[in-house]
Ligand binder design. Structure first.
Ligand SMILES: NC(=O)c1ccc[n+]([C@@H]2O[C@H](COP(=O)([O-])OP(=O)(O)OC[C@H]3O[C@@H](n4cnc5c(N)ncnc54)[C@H](OP(=O)(O)O)[C@@H]3O)[C@@H](O)[C@H]2O)c1
Length: 258
């Protein structure tokens, strides 16, 4: 049976770069995001360039009913998935109390709920088939609280801790779990989150993806591309929690228009 890497958030940024890096290594892919036309174009291009099979599925993973439908399709077992990359994610910025609740709900539904349910469904399928690999995308934001982006930082702390916990639980079933913690990366993320960041000098998603596929081959637990990003993840341990909150709050407020 043909095996596939299932990548969410594959229409853009880090998910797209992961799709390209994996296709380059001969992996067949199933791409998931909301923008059907974009997915179709990407699937065609990757097939032509790398000669791999690329399927795609347009799905709003933040809609619990659509997510359930998609998970049922996966459970039907028509496609064997040996790698799950949970890259779909969004951010919000600004004072929590002033946010439209729907924006915070969308973030929680996508960053936490969809990611966790995909791990549950695909993790079970992998355990039955004797193994597989899961990569969840957190962030360097996972390592400290982030005033003015409180829900985003907390969602990424969830992804980091959930992934590390799951890793220990499922290793005997042959399922490997890693978590990627990128620093600021040149993607549409900042525009979507309405953060006013000049992305020109940031790490490219292709650099992040190359580092990540190499680390995945070594089954690294926590993958943080870039020396300064690794330093940043250590810094909350070197200063008091009060100071860590002040520093991340200062940075977030600077880039947040509200
Ligand atoms: N860029 C950074 O600096 C950075 C740093 C650390 C961590 N991260 C994390 O990296 C991950 C990827 O983000 P990115 O930077 O690559 O941003 P991006 O370019 O905006 O990509 C986000 C992806 O998620 C998909 N998506 C958004 N909402 C969705 C939904 N409701 N259902 C299904 N797919 C959805 C988008 O596709 P559609 O619009 O087609 O649905 C897109 O493919 C996120 O989890 C983010 O938190 C990013």
């Amino acid at each position: 049976m043909t095996r596939y890497a299932l990548i969410t958030g594959a229409s853009s940024g880090i998910g797209l770069a992961m799709a390209e890096a994996l296709a380059r290594r001969g992996r067949n892919l199933i791409l998931v995001a909301r923008q059907r036309d974009l997915l179709e174009t990407i699937a065609l291009e990757l097939t032509q360039r790398f000669g791999v099979e690329v399927l795609f599925r347009a799905c709003d993973l933040g809609e619990p009913l659509r997510l359930s439908g998609f998970l049922l399709e996966l459970e039907d077992g028509a496609h064997q998935i040996d790698l799950l990359v949970n890259a779909a994610g969004i951010g919000t910025c600004g004072p929590f109390l002033a946010q439209e609740w729907s924006a915070e709900q969308d973030l929680i539904d996508l960053n936490i709920l969809a990611l966790t349910r995909l791990c549950h469904t695909v993790g079970n399928l992998m355990a039955i088939q004797g193994g597989g690999q899961i990569l969840n995308i957190a962030s360097v934001a996972a390592f400290q609280p982030g005033p003015w982006m409180s829900t985003y930082y907390a969602s990424k702390a969830y992804v980091l801790h959930f992934s590390e916990g799951l890793r220990e639980e499922v290793k005997k079933a042959g399922v490997k779990v890693s978590v990627l913690c990128p620093g600021p990366t040149r993607t549409a993320f900042f525009r979507t989150a309405q953060l006013q960041v000049n992305v020109d000098n940031l790490m490219s998603p292709e650099e992040v993806a190359l580092y990540t596929v190499r680390a995945l081959a070594k089954n690294r637990a926590v993958i943080t591309p870039g020396f300064s990003n690794r330093l940043w993840t250590l810094s909350p341990r070197l200063v008091s929690r009060w100071l860590a909150r002040q520093i991340s709050g200062y940075i977030n407020k600077k880039y947040c228009p509200r």
